[in-house]
Design a protein around this ligand. Structure first.
Ligand SMILES: *Cc1c(COP(=O)(O)O)cnc(C)c1O
Length: 437
């Protein structure tokens, strides 16, 4: 195994170019990198005792990847019937799943209870639905409540979930809710967990720890008021931010655990078990997108490279570039880094709107048709979050490993969506069904 992620990536790019895997765009996942991230995660949280690590399926819920993570001991956090079905198809079911969603239907709740899947109820109305579903015998599922600690906004409003007015969880500081929560637990002996997820990306570890502290204090308060240790586990959520401006990773899991234990030393005293739900920090740095440059042009003095990677694979980057910048790399058709003076270039996608740009005036060696553009750090929230504009297909995703001698082995994770599938998704089965005008 070559020693660094960057070296593995260089080997993979050259091999992908040789094997014609980038036609015209594909995603890649560094499986050794994922394995290392899981090792870092497990090691960092060891001082907390019993911890169930899950991966947030929305970050990259592709079945082979969930299976790979499952084999490494990582379960899955799911938030829709689709994510649940994919995780179950990957062999993760029952107690290996945690169901979080603000909009769970009665059918989803019943399925989770039948399977023994853990559920974090989002609100009091959902708790009332659970009352009707939980029978006289204690449920096999671990059942909990998601609390919004209302600790404030991170750098990005859209992904901050612990604001005063967030749609997620029961707002802890709102009038009367602490007492209502104590009462909710007192009346339901099967409620044994509290859940908090302060936000995704842009929330500093200190803010995340503030949210955990609020929920820890609530757990102690509930247990004091019921007179026994009713709350036995705390779901700490995910949300560790990733540095998208450099090859380095941002805060590590060890940094985060140190921050947590600094804020709440008692987390390590063995009285609670824990769940984590990381997504971006496990996967972002271990994936990248590669697109061929189709054409280049100059408009109003601006150099433009037209590629196949636009908003369909990078919606957030294209639509909110200030929040979701990506590092880009310029490679030649053989997958070798291009050299030469850097020229500011717009890296455009194929979608039919002018703002479909992966980057504006990005200094890169001058690109030519047939070159490859690499969008780094796209292992989370890119491959799994397709935007179906212009009927563009979801790209293929390949996993890879690199041997000590630098030989690259690719394994398919997802096929590119075919034209037949695109046509079917466009309602082709009803093509003659509308009344004649
Ligand atoms: C999105 C989400 C996560 C994962 O967040 P990351 O920033 O990818 O770690 C975890 N838990 C919940 C409830 C989420 O909504």
């Amino acid at each position: 195994m070559t020693d660094t992620r960057t070296e593995r990536k260089l080997h993979a790019l050259a091999a992908a170019a040789r094997q014609d895997l980038v036609a015209p765009m594909a995603g890649f996942v560094d499986l050794a990198g994922v394995r290392e991230a899981v090792e870092d995660l497990t090691k960092a949280f060891a001082p907390l005792g019993r911890v169930q690590h899950t991966v947030a399926a929305k970050a990259c819920g592709l079945a082979p990847l969930l299976r790979f993570l499952g084999d490494l001991g990582v379960d899955a956090e799911v938030a829709s019937p689709g994510e649940t079905a994919v995780a179950e198809a990957a062999g993760l079911r029952g107690a290996r799943l945690v169901l979080d969603s603000p909009a769970k239907t009665t059918a989803e709740l019943a399925h989770a209870l039948a399977e023994g899947t853990a559920v974090n109820a989002d609100n009091f109305q959902e708790l009332a639905r659970l009352d009707a579903l939980v029978g006289p015998t204690p449920p096999r599922s671990v059942l909990g409540v998601r609390v919004n600690p209302q600790v404030g906004t991170g750098r990005i409003g859209d992904t901050s979930t612990a604001t005063a007015t967030s749609k997620f969880g029961i707002p802890l500081r709102d009038n009367g809710n602490r007492a209502l929560l104590r009462d909710a637990f007192a009346r339901r002996p099967w409620l044994t967990r509290l859940h908090v997820h302060v936000g995704s990306q842009g929330c500093p570890p200190e803010l995340m720890a503030e949210g955990v502290a609020a929920v820890y204090e609530l757990a102690e308060e509930i247990n004091a008021s019921t007179g026994h240790r009713q709350v036995t586990s705390i779901d700490l959520g995910g949300g560790l931010p990733v540095d998208f401006t450099s090859a380095a990773g941002g805060p590590t899991y060890a940094d985060y655990v140190a921050t947590l234990l600094d804020r709440v030393p008692a987390l390590a005293d063995g009285r609670y078990s824990y769940v984590t739900e990381f997504g971006r920090s496990l996967l972002a740095k271990n994936g990248f997108l590669v697109s061929a440059v189709e054409y280049t042009k100059v408009a109003g003095g601006r150099h433009i490279a037209v590629t196949h990677a636009g908003a369909q694979v990078a919606a957030r980057t294209v639509l909110q570039p200030e929040h979701w910048p990506l590092r880009l790399g310029a490679f030649d058709a053989a997958g070798v880094p291009k050299t030469g003076p850097e020229v500011p270039q717009d890296i455009a996608g194929p979608l039919c709107f002018a703002g479909d740009l992966l980057a504006r005036e990005r200094p890169l060696p001058l690109l030519a048709p047939g070159d490859l553009v690499v969008a780094h750090d796209t292992g989370a929230y890119y491959f799994g979050a397709h935007y179906a504009y212009n009927t563009l297909p979801r790209p293929a995703v390949h996993g890879f490993t690199v041997s000590e001698r630098g030989e690259v082995r690719f394994t398919p994770i997802r096929r590119a969506q075919s034209l037949t599938e695109l046509v079917a998704d466009a309602g082709a089965e009803y093509v003659g069904a509308l009344p004649r005008a």
